[in-house]
Design a binder for this molecule. Sequence first.
Ligand code: KG4
Ligand code: ZN
Length: 341
Amino acid sequence: MIVLGIETSCDETGVALYDTQRGLLAHSLHSQIALHAQYGGVVPELASRDHLSYGIKLVRSVCAQAGLTLKQIQGIAYTMGPGLAGALLVGAGLAKSLAFGLNIPALGIHHLEGHLLSPLLSSNPPSFPHIALLVSGGHTQLMDVLEIGQYHLLGETIDDAAGEAFDKVAKLLGLPYPGGAKLAALATQGKPNVYKLPRPLLHSGDLNFSFSGLKTAVLTQVHKQAQQNDTAWKADLARAFEDAVVDILTKKALRALQQTQRDSLVVAGGVGANSHLREQLNTLAEQHSFKVHYPELEFCTDNGAMIALAGALRLAQGQQDAELGFNVRPRWSLSEVSALP
Ligand code: KG4
Ligand code: ZN
C-alpha cells in the first residue's frame, strides 16, 4: 500500500511517500527556521500560513521523486496532534481534501507515535517490546512499547521538556533560534567540570524528569559571568548543561530498562540527534548489554516520513478516519492512541 504522509504540527512542513512493500519512496522537508528566526521563536500564525504555501509543493515534489502520479497513492496519513492548532489544521485540510478528491482513506496520526516508530525506517530497526526514550521539544517521556499502538507511560517531565531546556538555555547564552543544536555545537568546544550544575530528580526513585531547575542554575551562572569580556565561559557552561541533561536522560533510561527487564532501547525525537547523548548511551549499552536504536539523523526532528510510516502501518490494517469532516487534537496523550486493529 502506498501512503502519503503529511506533517505540519509545528515549524516544519514534511511530506513523504511510504510503500508497505518497498519502504520509504521519497520525502521532502521545508523548514521555517528563517521565517521565525527574526522573532526568536515560532509565531503560530506565520507557521500556519507557511504550511499553506508549501504543502502542495511538497506533495508534488515527493510524487516526482518517486515517479508516481497522485492517482497511485492509496491512503493519506496526516499529523492530527499534538501541536499548534492552526498548523495542524492546514495539514489535516490538505490531507482530507486530497483523500476526498482521490476517493481513498485518510487517517489522523499522533505526532509522538510518528517519532516513536521513526527508528523502524533505519537500517537497524528495533523489535518489540522495547523501552522508548522520547525526547523532543515538547515532550520528555519514557515509555514501555509493547507493540505498535500499545504505549505505557513509565515517566515524564514534570516541567520543561529536554529539547525545550536546550532551546531556553541556548537563548540565555545568546544563541539564535532554534538554539538546541547550536548549543550542542558550542558544548563540544567547552571544557568539562568547570561548572557544577544540579541533576534534578536524578535520585527520585521514579522515572520522572525535571529540567526547569537546571535552566535556572544556568541563568544564575550567566548573571555571574556577565561582567567578563571573554566568551570562553559560554562553551564551558554549555558543556556543563549538556553533561547534566545527558547524565539524567541516560541514567533514567537505564533504570527503565532494569525495572521492566527489557533489553532494547529506542531513542526518538529531536534531542535524539545529540551526539553526546548517543555516545553515552552506546557506552552504557555495551556495559549493561542492551541494544540501542536511533532514527537516522534526518528523521530525529520533525519529518513527513515518520507520519507516512505510522499511517501506512495502520491504514494497511484497515484503520481509517470514520468521517470526511475533520478536526485536530492540539493536546492529545499518546496513551489515548488505539491499538492496531
Ligand atoms: O522532535 P522535534 O523536531 O520537535 C518536537 O516534536 O518538539 O524536536 C525539536 C527539539 C528542539 O527543542 C531542539 O532544540 C532539539 O530538538 N534538538 C536538539 C538537537 N537537535 C535538535 N537538542 C540537543 N542536541 C541536538 N543536536
Ligand atoms: Zn516532533
